[in-house]
Design a protein around this ligand. Sequence first.
Ligand SMILES: Nc1ncnc2c1ncn2[C@@H]1O[C@H](COP(=O)(O)OP(=O)(O)OP(=O)(O)O)[C@@H](O)[C@H]1O
Ligand SMILES: [Mg+2]
Length: 597
Amino acid sequence: MSKSGYKPGPDDDVMGQAYDARLMGRLLEFVKPIKYYVILSVLLLLVTVAVELAGPLVLKHGIDNYIAIKQIDGLGLIALIFIGLIILTFILRFVQTYLMQWIGQTVIFDLRTKLFKHLLKQDIKFIDSRPVGWLMTRVTNDVQNLFELLSSGIVAIFGDLFMLLGILVVLLVLNVKLALVTFIVVPLIFGAVIAFRKKVRVTFRTIREALAQLNGHMQENISGIRTVQLFVRENETLKEFRIRSEVFRNAYKKAIRYFALFFPAISFLSVLATALILLAGGLMIKEDALTWGAFIAFLQYSERFFRPIRDLSEKYNTMQAAMAAAERVFWLLDTKPDIADPEHPEDNSKVKGNVEFDDVGFEYKSGEPILKNVSFKIEPGETVAVVGATGAGKTTLISLLLRFWETTSGRILLDGKDIREFGQHDLRRSFGVVLQDVFLFSGSIAENVTLGEADRHGEVLDKALEQANALDFVKELSEGVNEPVGERGARLSGGQKQLIAIARALAANPPLLLLDEATAAVDTETEHHIQEALDRLMRGRTTLVVAHRLSTIRNANRIIVLHKGMIQETGTHAELIKQDGIYAKLHKLQFAENGKG
Ligand SMILES: Nc1ncnc2c1ncn2[C@@H]1O[C@H](COP(=O)(O)OP(=O)(O)OP(=O)(O)O)[C@@H](O)[C@H]1O
Ligand SMILES: [Mg+2]
């Protein structure tokens, strides 16, 4: 997977600790801007817990000081206080929950934006070294895990612990003996929780792995559906899908079994505690060692005692998943692109368009050179064509000039300055680029041509489409320039996509041009349209073109013949034919036989 020698990063499914101070510290950095809301939320939680704890005490007071001695006056007030506490709890819970979710979403919004911004800055080498799905999962799933940690994790755990402690203290104060009897079940509960956690942890991991497999398989086969259908692979594909789906189902079934066992088990233990209180409490009442009110309060507290314990064991999973997510998210945020801007970038607003490759060597993987000692110059306004067999390194030349990759040795100069001295944005802005496979975004034709730059709308858009010979077909579309092109431009033909790409370059009006001609054949008329549009685009611009069309090659000022990453021949068409070398052979193979071009 790590084709480029990048560190693979933290594993997808290693579940570590449920708490990691370093990761938590970094996460809290994101919380800092709204820390007062967090403090408010914690305070609210403490008040809520205190109010909830007060309920049974009020009840006890009513029973012992009024009902037990048949004193009815004032009982109404007690009832009102009791209701008031419940209403207060309700309001507090609402505000607190709302606040926590709000905090979670606010923090996560920032984190998600930061992550995507970070991804946009990464160099191609890094993006290529990871499956797209992996990167996407960081921005979606992992961020969601962190949201759960923030909204219902940390603060709620704090609340649960506070509640447990509170109940513990109140019970001990009410009656030490009965409290100790009630606590007999506590070790049993912890035993159940630990056993459950161990089992569920493994199953959860299997579930996550199975889901990733299922998604990966589905994604690949849906985007490759044409190939699946073409080779009649539907049944095999379905079979593979079913196998993965079964793994997922079985893991899930197992998890459900554990949950179905765990919750009733906790309920059982809670009933056990009630039974103990009934027995021991009954005896104590008989001996006047316990009041009726305290007895009722005990029963109520013991019921409330189990909820936070149950929640805590679930929250442990949340914490654990969140820590693993945080590890991956921060790892990603820490990766620095190899290709960086200089501190004081050169101004290139007035490039003349002088390009020079100076003894350039390049390898995608170290030890496997793709380009060797490549040196050539393009004067402003000149067109240089690169020809060579497939895999010779032609597209690589373009990628290097755009600084998608960094040269391994040698330099590339623009107007005499190393391209590394410019900012990447400025550098790329000075090039118009029409690549081998045109990439269109899923917006409209207009959006794809203007790329959201306001000054390229209206006249500029129309003129670009016209000059690109695209206006004719665009006019025929029911929505004209507003016609959606579909994902990756799926609703347009190959030729149409190229015309749109040419219009895009025309609208940007850059001083330099990089063309990587498509090898896919189009019909003669479209071919003619494309050729004409390209001629208009190239006029007056310094152009480096990876050429497959004979006409493009013939019109070039110079032809560079690239063979196995080295420049083997240079010259005009006529000169190279006369030389009778590689170019002459290529020319014979590619054009002479079928008379194309
Ligand atoms: N991202 C990449 N990672 C690793 N190797 C790559 C990458 N892109 C291209 N290569 C390799 O570099 C070599 C040159 O590729 P390049 O795309 O420059 O060829 P090309 O001359 O443009 O070929 P074509 O005429 O088929 O477009 C090929 O052997 C290819 O396998
Ligand atoms: Mg290529």
